[in-house]
Write a protein of this length. Structure first.
Length: 200
């Protein structure tokens, strides 16, 4: 206690506020809600201790809303559609135009006219394109050359890759020297010689 101020309690309250603010920076809706709930629990506890009852009511409401939507999201069956399209497909070109800067940043020297991009996939979730993959097909193996997955779709990157099974793809292979898609090290890819492979 310093000059009538309970320093540990105030720090505890600020931690709750910080978590709520940090949650707003999350691109994943699930992460946003979970971190926000943690912040709300701390803020609610702090408000009860200091007797700020209007804030208690507000935080409890926020907590209940987050819990409801989190449980709903986790229980919802995610149905993804994999559609093979031409490199000149209008839906694909529109998707690329929306995220052109990010796609160029994530994929070196991306060129749809290159021969190696002989099979292009669009992944749909709830009638919205959330990813594209461009590469070359060899039987049941897909040699991935370029890709982009949007943030905040509510679908994990691994689930999106698994959607390619709908086209008969059983393995994804990436040249180890190529620039890798963001977060690919968390998806279960294994190094095989000079390649990274993922069995679907």
């Amino acid at each position: 206690m310093v000059n009538g101020v309970n320093i540990p309690l105030e720090i505890f309250g600020y931690i709750g506020t910080a978590l709520v603010i940090i949650s707003m920076l999350m691109t994943s809706l699930i992460k946003l809600r979970i971190i926000n709930m943690c912040g709300s629990i701390i803020s609610t506890t702090y408000s009860i201790i200091v007797g700020a009852w209007p804030i208690v009511v507000m935080n409890i409401c926020i907590l209940c809303i987050n819990m409801y939507h989190t449980v709903k999201s986790l229980r919802r069956k995610k149905v993804l559609s994999d559609v093979i399209v031409s490199p000149k497909d209008k839906s694909l070109l529109h998707f690329i135009s929306l995220y052109e800067d990010r796609i160029k940043a994530d994929n070196n020297e991306y060129d749809f006219n290159a021969n190696e991009y002989s099979e292009t996939h669009l992944i749909y979730f709830e009638n919205k394109i959330i990813a594209f993959f461009a590469g070359k097909r060899e039987a049941e193996t897909y040699l991935l050359n370029a890709s982009y997955i949007i943030d905040g779709s509510g679908v994990s990157e691994k689930e999106i890759f698994l959607a390619l099974r709908g086209s008969g793809i059983k393995q994804i292979k990436i040249d180890f020297g190529a620039r890798l898609p963001y977060g690919i090290d968390k998806m279960g890819f294994k190094k095989t010689g000079t390649d990274l492979t993922l069995d679907l």
